[in-house]
Design a protein around this ligand. Sequence first.
Ligand code: SF4
Length: 328
Amino acid sequence: MLTSLADAGKLAYDKGYCNSQALPVIGIPKGLFYYEHRVLWESFFKILGFPVVVSEDTNKEILDYGIIHCSNETCLPVKVFHGHVYSLKDKADYIFIPRYTSLDKNEYTCPKFCGLPDMALLNLKNRIKVLEVKLHIDKDTGLTFESLKEIAKTLGVSYHDTVEAFRTALELFHEKKREFSRVNCYNQVRDLNKRAVSVLGHPYVIYDSYLSMKLIKKLKEKDIDVYTPVNLDHETKRHNAYPYQGRAFWEVGFENLGSAFTYAQDKNMNGIIYLSPFACGVDAFIIEYIERRFKDCYKVPFLKLIIDEHTGEAGFDTRVEAFLDMIG
Ligand code: SF4
């Protein structure tokens, strides 16, 4: 089993894919799926032997590209994603945009993930070439292998090697995830001598330092420990994801619901901040449930922050400061 990207590169070298100068470059936009699955997809293409270029961290220029190419109603992270895709158009031969429909049984992704490759092609007026892998675990895992066949054909590599690269990358991804959970599990790392705040929201918002206005870094600089959904194990979140008996229909909804009610039950959690992007349909429901249940059952201080492309950092920081003063 491969344990690192260095091993993956070695495998690609052994397979003889790495010698050609003419290999197409694969662009991976640093948005949406990237924050959870970068190990999987970067490893996949590297194992196959293709050079990978990841877009830069989100910045004003990338955001502006996204705003220009999307309609006003689009949620902020999808606009930003388009900006990342646009920024790669002259750096990569193909842009990788997976089509996530469902990542578990009976749970679906947000509709914008289901149509992401089409949306990017349409909004960028076919100025890019897209490679997509379909993931629809609830209905048809065969779709994934069909799309891998398409990728193999487009890139001129064997289907067998493509499937092998996918399986190896998946193993590597799960291994890294297990390792991360082992080291960062909330119950083991919580330091009771320090204040703790939980930051909830979509990974592509809370871990994108431009969109989140460096919220996590700013809290840590104040000597506050920060915990997010990744510090909790899957079963605990499932168990606590009221009111859906563990099923939230939207996979992103489940992560935040389960985490909110788990952290809220812990008397050592000083406060919870939910960072939500403008125009997120999923959050409109999820935050409503969280707020209602917090009001009825828990006393944990809760701050909801909605960000859009016009949010000013000074006003944002003031609200965070006021919240921190309140929790003491
Ligand atoms: S879950 Fe919300 S933020 Fe994420 S893509 Fe869907 S609408 Fe946008």
